[in-house]
Design a protein around this ligand. Structure first.
Ligand code: AMP
Length: 273
């Protein structure tokens, strides 16, 4: 597997279709699924591995975020990636004078709780798009608000590429795969699937009798708290406005959750159409 550290070393062949899978490394089956789909759909597939400092707040886990480039490069190769782009912070940010700020879709939920996070995400993804010039770029619905932010950025700034948004890959007990699951103690790991169970319960309530949604939401909240989760948010929202909805007639929607278990912050969602 070829690991490229600098922008100048990247091949630029605009006659070939190129897939880009941006990641922060600590690869798992979720990332590998994005990579396998990219490999199927493009002549050349590039995975970037870059723990992006500008999307972490000072108190967040930038320094302890798991890093293992050799292992990640092997896994990426096994998923059909042709080249790993793993730049240094200095390579990506010789200066930090310009940022991409996406309004509206970043106002609530993650955006509210992680000020500056989506500006960091949009800026690094915009830079990667201009550096790699992908035909297609791959992101996971696991990070729903990130998908909506990047989709809005691509539309607003006319990035000439196709976005491919891929469904969440889960462990066999339902827990959404995430690099941060590695932080969970074994006891918390056993509890963690309760997040997905709450999403399923709420989805079933919406499908069967959405009038019961509010009551089921309150009891799901309570039951998670009783099991040791500190729930930051749990709601049913429109994918258009990101505001809470209480009826399926509002078009595409999702149930979203963010909760802390011990010191680990987990997010998940379930889309409804
Ligand atoms: P990250 O390394 O966490 O920044 O994730 C890189 C990409 O993989 C993002 O587009 C994520 O949404 C996506 N991703 C992370 N976890 C999963 C998962 N469990 N299933 C599918 N995609 C995922």
């Amino acid at each position: 597997m070829k690991i490229v550290r600098t922008i100048a070393e990247l091949p630029l062949d605009l006659t070939k279709s190129t897939g880009l899978v941006p990641t922060m490394g600590a690869l798992h089956e979720g990332h590998l699924e994005l990579m396998r789909i990219s490999a199927q759909e493009n002549d050349l597939s590039i995975a970037s591995i870059f723990v992006n400092p500008t999307q972490f707040a000072p108190h967040e886990d930038f320094h302890k975020y798991p890093r293992n480039l050799e292992r990640d490069a092997e896994l990426a190769a096994s998923a059909g990636i042709d080249l790993v782009f793993a730049p240094s912070v200095e390579e990506m940010y010789p200066r930090k004078t310009t940022r991409i700020e996406v309004d509206e879709v970043t106002a609530l939920w993650e955006g509210e709780r992680r000020p500056g996070h989506f500006t960091g995400v949009a800026t690094i993804v915009g830079k990667l798009f201009n550096i790699v010039r992908p035909t297609r770029a791959y992101f996971g619905w696991k990070d729903l608000q990130q998908c909506l932010t990047i989709r809005r950025m691509v539309e607003d700034l006319n990035f000439p590429l196709a976005l491919r948004l891929i469904d969440t890959i889960r462990e066999s007990d339902g827990l959404a795969m995430s690099s941060r699951n590695a932080y969970l103690s074994s006891e918390d790991r056993r509890k963690a699937p309760a997040l997905y169970e709450s999403l399923l319960l709420l989805r079933d309530t919406i499908v069967i009798d959405s009038e019961k949604f509010e009551a089921t939401l309150a009891s799901a909240h309570k039951s998670l708290q009783a099991r040791g989760f500190e729930v930051e948010y749990l709601d049913w929202i429109s994918l258009e406005t990101l505001r809470p909805v209480r009826s399926v007639s509002f078009g595409e929607s999702a149930i979203i959750i963010a909760a802390r278990l011990g010191t680990t912050r987990l997010i998940d969602n379930l889309r409804l159409s």
